[in-house]
Design a protein around this ligand. Structure first.
Ligand code: PBG
Length: 323
């Protein structure tokens, strides 16, 4: 035998030398959940280790992440039911919980990067990402609300807006609204290939944002399709996106790779709530080693071609490599 691949696996130093994929803290964006109130930190039961924070405790959390080397965050606000309506009006209230949280984070930590979600669902009494009329999601009417929402977030100091609603034309619409208002430095990380997935469950628990009726299949993509992701990528690129995102990540590694090979833009992947919950649940049962599974999952997403990974593991990973 002249070829023996095991030679390059025989010691840790050699293994490390030939390692193709390395994770770094710079790759991560850590999602954060925000609630109204003071001195609150409430664990999300379906996401062990992940909490909803009031703004004061949120700042402490950001501080501890920054000290660990995690410097990019994706905040989400949990909105009380009584503030939700059909038009998601609270989504563009400049004094609402979300813009207040953005302002506080950026005031206390000017160097962190915030990527803020743009979609109606946490603010909609229908629990949908767009405006609902007679059971239908109205595309073009929704764009107006998304534009207002992105603008309020830009005014509050966000660095990057992340339209996650999957309406047609939203990237171009938001780009124009931001540019017309002088926010041409605010980036857009488009949730380009966002699939109608059953792995969003724990996130919807965290924000009480599940659809009241029906599902999201008329706007989120069919998980049986990959060419459609290329159409979305082409449109988002033409419309001015700065990053393309694939979501979820784990069951969609082929889509991450496909976009990586077909675009010059940075590719982000969202390792979503249900993917996190799966690892945590199995680990809590003693069925897998949670820490090792975390590293394997994150490495696989990077290996598939993601430059940026949104993950609930970001802080835990930072603690893990510090040890
Ligand atoms: C809002 C939004 C969702 C997620 C991110 N932004 C929920 C959804 O589309 O139903 C899910 C993130 C996760 O599950 O971790 N549109």
């Amino acid at each position: 035998m002249t070829r023996r691949p095991r030679r390059n696996r025989q010691s840790e130093v050699i293994r490390n030398m030939v390692e193709e994929t390395t994770l770094g803290l710079n790759d991560f964006i850590f999602p954060l959940f925000i609630i109204e109130g003071q001195n609150k930190k409430i664990e999300i039961s379906s996401m062990p280790g992940i909490n909803r924070f009031s703004i004061d405790t949120l700042l402490e959390e950001v501080n501890s992440c920054v000290e660990l080397g995690v410097k990019a965050f994706a905040p989400f606000a949990s909105i009380p039911e009584q503030l939700k309506d059909k038009m998601a009006t609270e989504s563009h209230n400049p004094d609402g919980l979300f813009p207040r949280a953005i302002r506080e984070i950026k005031k206390n930590f000017p160097d962190v990067v915030l990527m803020t979600d743009v979609a109606l669902d946490p603010y909609s009494s229908d629990g949908h990402d767009g405006i609902v009329e007679n059971g239908e999601i109205l595309n073009d009417e929704t764009l107006e609300v998304l534009g207002k929402m992105a603008l309020v977030q830009a005014q509050a100091g966000t660095d990057i807006v992340g339209p996650s609603d999957m309406m047609d034309g939203r990237v171009g619409y938001i780009r124009k609204v931001l540019d017309d208002a002088g926010y041409n430095k605010v980036g857009i990380m488009s949730y380009t290939a966002k699939y109608a997935s059953s792995f969003y469950g724990p996130f919807r628990d965290a924000l009480d944002s599940a659809p009241k009726k029906g599902d999201k299949k008329t706007y989120q993509m069919n998980f049986a399709n990959s060419r459609e992701a290329l159409i979305e990528a082409e449109l988002d690129t033409q419309e001015g996106a700065d990053f393309l995102m694939v979501k979820p990540a784990l069951a969609y590694l082929d889509i991450i790779k496909l976009l990586r090979e077909n675009s010059h833009l940075p590719i982000a992947a969202y390792n979503i709530s249900g993917e996190y919950a799966m690892v945590k649940a199995a680990a809590q049962n003693g069925w897998i080693d949670g820490e090792k599974a975390m590293v394997e999952v994150l490495t696989s997403i990077k290996r598939a071609g993601a430059d940026v990974i949104l993950t609930y593991f970001a802080k835990e990973y930072a603690q893990f490599i510090r040890r």
